[in-house]
Structure formats: C-alpha cells, structure tokens
Design a protein around this ligand. Structure first.
Ligand SMILES: Nc1nc2c(ncn2[C@@H]2O[C@H](COP(=O)(O)OP(=O)(O)OP(=O)(O)O)[C@@H](O)[C@H]2O)c(=O)[nH]1
Ligand SMILES: [Mg+2]
Length: 234
C-alpha cells in the first residue's frame, strides 16, 4: 500500500520515513539539499513491513515551491500521514494551506488521513488538544502526539493507518477470504459482489499492485497475503 507522508516545511517527514525504516534491511532514501539543515527537494522513499503488510512510504517536500513534486508524489496514495510541527508556532498559518493543497490531490472523503503532532520530545512542543483548536480541518479525527525520532511512536501511527485502510475494505476482504485459493475464485467473487468481470478484475489488479493478493490469471485463482489472512482468520 502506498502511504503519503506529508506536512509543512521541517515538520519531520523525512525523519518519520527514516525512523519507520530503521529496523528494515533497506534504509529509506531521501533526495535532499543543504549541508547542516537539509531540506527535501524531491521525495523520501522507504518500505516497511507491518502486520504482514507491505507499506511503501512516500515523503513529500515541505517547501511551498515544490508543489509540483507534491502533486506527483501524492498520486494514487491509499492513505495520508499528515505531520504538524508542534514545536514551531511560526509555521502554523501555513499548515492549513498545505492541507488544502494535499486535500485537492487526495480527497479526505475518499482517502483516510491520519494526523500527528510531531516533536513532542521538545520542551516547547504544544500538546494535541491545544493544536486541535487551531487546526479546524482535523475535525473529529484524532491528533496523535508523537516524536518522529521514536520508533514506537512512528510504528503506532502506521498501525492506525493499517486499521483505517483495512476497515474500509473489510466487507470485500471477507468475500475474498471465502474463495481464497479456489480455482475460478475470481469468477465466484464477481458473482457474490454483484460486479462485472471487468470491474472485478480491475479491483483485484489494484489489490495485486498493493501486494495484498497474488493472482494466477490463467486459472483465476487468487491468494490473500499472509497479513490479511491472519486478520481474517481471527
Ligand atoms: N527533537 C525532534 N526533532 C525532530 C523531530 N522530527 C524531526 N526533527 C528535526 O527537525 C528537522 C527537520 O526534520 P525533517 O525530517 O528533515 O523534516 P521534513 O519535514 O522532512 O523537512 P522538509 O523536507 O524540509 O520539508 C531536523 O533537524 C530533524 O532532526 C522530532 O520528533 N523531534
Ligand atoms: Mg524532508
């Protein structure tokens, strides 16, 4: 699944992606510029495996002038992690514009957003309750207090992402589970979901690209990935 990690300049996006990948074999990559104070000019990229699911993390640049890159990197994301710098009041007024920009690429009614108030380890960091009053766009969604330097905090946010994504497709997953590993399972699923062959195949291909299932298109058999199977067997 593709997760977009975004937020204003210096909110901690690159740190978040780096920390998330700190326990995997391959470290995250970042295209940045600067000597002491680096800023992302293209993107961050890293892959993590959590709960048997594979998450591709795409971090955006934060500077306003890189909106073209944000537009490209946002494309096709399944969920958004939106970081707010809790320790930098000066950036607050810009956060709303950045949110509106991203919401223009990825509609919050379609794509789940997870909000986090970063840099809670700093003494001047404001608590989420205080920030929530200011950032009305968060609405009733939780604003998680985190430090992107802390692996457990980052993992907790990513687990929330997984829960939101899985919840969204749960009824379909239950149907898929029924015919998992069965020859012509693709046809059975189409029937049960009341969808045409073309639409079902497109949907399964979408799941395939996200490595949630494997499909043998000749025999029309699919297998759910171990992470999903485990969740569904519970
Ligand atoms: N203390 C503390 N510092 C943090 C935290 N997250 C990020 N930083 C620091 O904040 C600065 C900016 O972090 P980055 O991860 O580069 O932020 P970014 O959002 O990728 O920045 P841009 O790509 O320039 O928009 C760096 O000096 C980080 O070390 C955190 O949770 N706690
Ligand atoms: Mg960055």
């Amino acid at each position: 699944m593709k997760i977009l990690v975004t937020g204003e300049y210096h909110a901690g996006k690159s740190t978040f992606v780096r920390t998330a990948c700190s326990k995997s074999e391959r470290p995250a990559v970042n295209i940045d510029r600067g000597i002491d104070d680096k800023t992302t000019v293209a993107m961050d990229f890293g892959v993590v495996e959590l709960k048997g699911l594979r998450l591709s993390l795409f971090g955006t640049p934060g500077l306003a002038r890189f909106d073209i890159i944000r537009r490209i990197v946002s494309r096709g994301a399944d969920a958004v992690v939106f970081l707010i710098d809790a320790a930098d009041e000066l950036m607050d007024y810009r956060v709303k514009y950045l949110y509106e920009e991203i919401a223009g690429y990825l509609s919050p009614t379609r794509v789940p957003y997870i909000f986090a108030a970063n840099k809670q380890d700093l003494p001047n960091a404001r608590p989420p309750e205080k920030l929530k009053n200011f950032f009305k766009f968060i609405g009733d969604e939780p604003l998680y207090p985190i430090s992107a330097l802390d692996y457990e905090d980052v993992e907790r946010v990513l687990l929330k992402v997984i829960v939101k994504l899985v919840d969204k497709v749960w009824p379909v997953l239950q149907t898929l589970y029924k015919y998992h590993g069965e020859v012509k399972g693709v046809e059975f699923v189409a029937k049960e979901l009341g969808k045409g062959a073309y639409e079902t195949r497109a949907y399964l291909r979408w799941l395939e690209r996200r490595r949630l299932i494997d499909v043998d298109w000749r025999q029309l058999v699919y297998w759910l990935c171990p992470g999903l199977l485990k969740m569904l067997q519970k």
